[in-house]
Design a protein around this ligand. Structure first.
Ligand code: CTP
Length: 423
C-alpha cells in the first residue's frame, strides 16, 4: 500500500572519515525519529572517529564496514545493503570519497556500496576550506552533480582546523530536510516496496522459526546412499535472512557443506528423512510460530540397509532394491505435533503444471504457503545462480519473483510472507 509516511523508506547512511562523523550519530537518530528505517556503513577511517557499535545501537542493524566480512559485516553486505536502500546519504563526505565516487573507485565498503546503489544519492561534504576550494574537489563535485547526485552544504563556520570558512558539514536537521525532499520525489512503487519492507522488517523480530534445508541421504549400505540434487542454499539463505531480521531460528539440515549463517539459535544436522522427522518433531515441541520445509526430503528409503558393503558379485547382473516409504513430515508429522497457530511453508519442485500441482500439494499437506519452482525452466536448475519462484497461499499465486539469486529470493520471500500475514 502506498503511503507518504517516511516509515516507508529505507535510508542507508554512509559515514566517511572526518571529524563531523560524530554528527552522523545525531543524524541517524533524527532519521529514525522521523520514521525512516536506517542502516549504516562506514569507511575504516570513519571508524577511527566513531565506533561502529554506536551506529549499530542507534540503527538496530549491523554496520557494514568491511568488504571481507570482518567486524559486523558479512562478505556480501555491499550488495545486500545497496539493494535494501531507497535513499543513500553520505555524511560526512570527505574529499577522498567525492573523488572515489566521481571516478568509480571501489576499494572499501562505502565506495563499493556507492557503485552498487542505483537509487538517489545525497552527499554532505565536510573538509578543510582550502581542500573544498581545490579545483580537483570542485571538479569532482561538478561531475557528481552532473550525474544527479544531490549535495547538501558544506556550510560556513568554525572548522576543526581552527579557521572559519566554508567546509563544515551541514547540520543533521538540514540533511534530514534534504532527505525528506528526495523522498517526496520517489515514485509510488518504491514507496509501496518500502512500506512492505519496513513492516516485514519488524515482523520477524523475536519470532521462533524452524527451517529445514538440504537433501536427505538414505543408506543402502555403509558406503552407498540414495540422495537428490538439493544444495541446501535456499534453506540456508532463508535461515540467515530470518536471523538477520531478528527471528529465533532453528535450522535442521541434511548433509550439506555450507557455511552456517550467523546468528542462528540452533543448528541440528541430520542424515536421513527419519532423523529429520525426529528433529522436526522435537523442534515443534519448542512452540515455534513458523515451520519452513525447504529440505528435499527423500520419499523412499532402502527397506533394509546392509550392515556391510554389498559386493557386486553378490548382485549378479541386475539389482532391484526394495524401498519403503519414509514418513511425510509435512503430511503426517506436522499435523500430529504442530503447536496452535503454526504457519507452515512448504516447497514444491514441479516440471509441469507448476501452479496447479503446487496448489494441490499445499491443500493435501495443509500448508499455509508453498514456494514452487520448475528446475527444468531456463535459469532455474539445481546448479543455477538465479531462480524464479511462485509463492502461493490457499487462494493461488500471491507473488511471482523475478529471476534472482537465492539470498535475494530469501529476503523477498520473508518480506512477502510477513506482508501476507500482517495484511
Ligand atoms: N516433504 C516432507 N516429507 C517428506 C517429503 C517431502 O515434509 N517425506 C516436504 C518437503 O520438504 C517440501 C514438500 O513436502 O516442503 C514437498 O512435497 P512433496 O509432495 O513431497 O514433493 P515431492 O517429493 O516433489 O512429491 P512428488 O514426488 O509427489 O511430486
Amino acid at each position: 500500500m502506498a503511503t507518504d509516511s517516511p516509515a516507508s523508506f529505507r535510508v542507508l547512511l554512509m559515514v566517511t572519515g572526518g571529524i563531523a562523523a560524530y554528527k552522523s550519530c545525531f543524524l541517524a537518530r533524527l532519521l529514525q525519529q522521523a520514521g525512516f528505517a536506517v542502516k549504516a556503513a562506514m569507511t575504516p577511517a570513519a571508524t577511527r572517529f566513531v565506533g561502529p557499535v554506536t551506529l549499530q545501537a542507534l540503527t538496530g542493524h549491523p554496520v557494514a564496514t568491511d568488504l571481507w566480512g570482518e567486524g559486523q559485516s558479512e562478505p556480501l553486505d555491499h550488495i545486500e545493503y545497496a539493494r535494501w536502500a531507497d535513499v543513500v546519504v553520505v555524511a560526512p563526505a570527505t574529499a577522498d570519497i567525492l573523488a572515489k565516487a566521481a571516478c568509480g573507485i571501489a576499494d572499501d565498503m562505502v565506495s563499493t556500496l556507492l557503485l552498487a546503489c542505483d537509487g538517489p544519492l545525497l552527499m554532505a561534504p565536510a573538509m578543510n576550506d582550502a581542500m573544498w576550494a581545490h579545483p580537483a574537489v570542485q571538479a569532482n563535485v561538478a561531475t557528481l552533480a552532473g550525474r544527479g547526485v544531490e549535495m547538501v552544504g558544506p556550510g560556513s563556520g568554525h572548522l576543526a582546523c581552527g579557521t572559519t570558512a566554508p567546509g563544515r558539514m551541514s547540520e543533521p536537521e538540514e540533511i534530514l530536510a534534504a532527505v525528506r525532499r528526495i523522498v517526496a520525489d520517489l515514485p509510488s512503487e518504491a514507496r509501496a516496496v518500502g512500506t512492505e519492507a519496513a513492516a516485514a522488517q519488524d515482523y520477524w523480530r523475536g519470532r521462533r522459526v524452524v527451517i529445514t534445508a538440504g537433501p536427505t541421504h538414505e543408506p543402502i549400505d555403509p558406503v552407498r546412499y540414495i540422495a537428490n540434487h538439493s544444495t541446501g542454499h535456499m534453506g540456508f539463505a532463508l535461515a540467515g535472512e530470518a536471523a538477520r531480521r531478528g527471528a529465533v531460528v532453528t535450522l535442521i539440515c541434511g548433509p550439506v557443506e555450507l557455511p552456517v549463517p550467523r546468528g542462528l539459535a540452533k543448528v541440528q544436522r541430520v542424515t536421513t528423512a527419519r532423523e529429520m522427522a525426529a528433529a522436526v518433531t522435537e523442534a515443534l515441541s519448542a512452540d515455534p510460530q513458523w515451520l519452513v520445509m525447504a529440505a528435499a526430503v527423500a520419499d523412499f528409503a532402502p527397506e533394509t540397509p546392509a550392515a556391510g558393503k554389498i559386493k557386486k558379485e553378490e548382485l549378479g547382473t541386475g539389482w532391484s532394491l526394495q524401498m519403503r516409504r519414509n514418513p511425510d513430515i509435512l503430511g503426517e508429522i506436522v499435523p500430529a505435533h504442530a503447536p496452535a497457530g503454526l504457519k507452515v511453508v512448504g516447497f514444491a519442485l514441479e516440471t509441469s503444471e507448476v501452479q496447479e500441482r503446487a496448489l494441490a500439494k499445499l491443500q493435501a499437506k495443509n500448508m499455509d504457503f508453498i514456494v514452487a519452482n520448475n528446475p527444468t525452466a531456463e535459469g532455474s536448475g539445481f546448479g543455477a545462480v538465479d531462480h524464479e519462484v511462485l509463492l502461493l497461499d490457499g487462494t493461488g499465486v500471491i507473488w511471482r519473483s523475478a529471476s534472482l539469486p537465492k539470498p535475494e529470493l530469501a529476503a523477498l520471500l520473508l518480506q512477502k510472507l510477513a506482508a501476507a500475514e500482517v495484511s
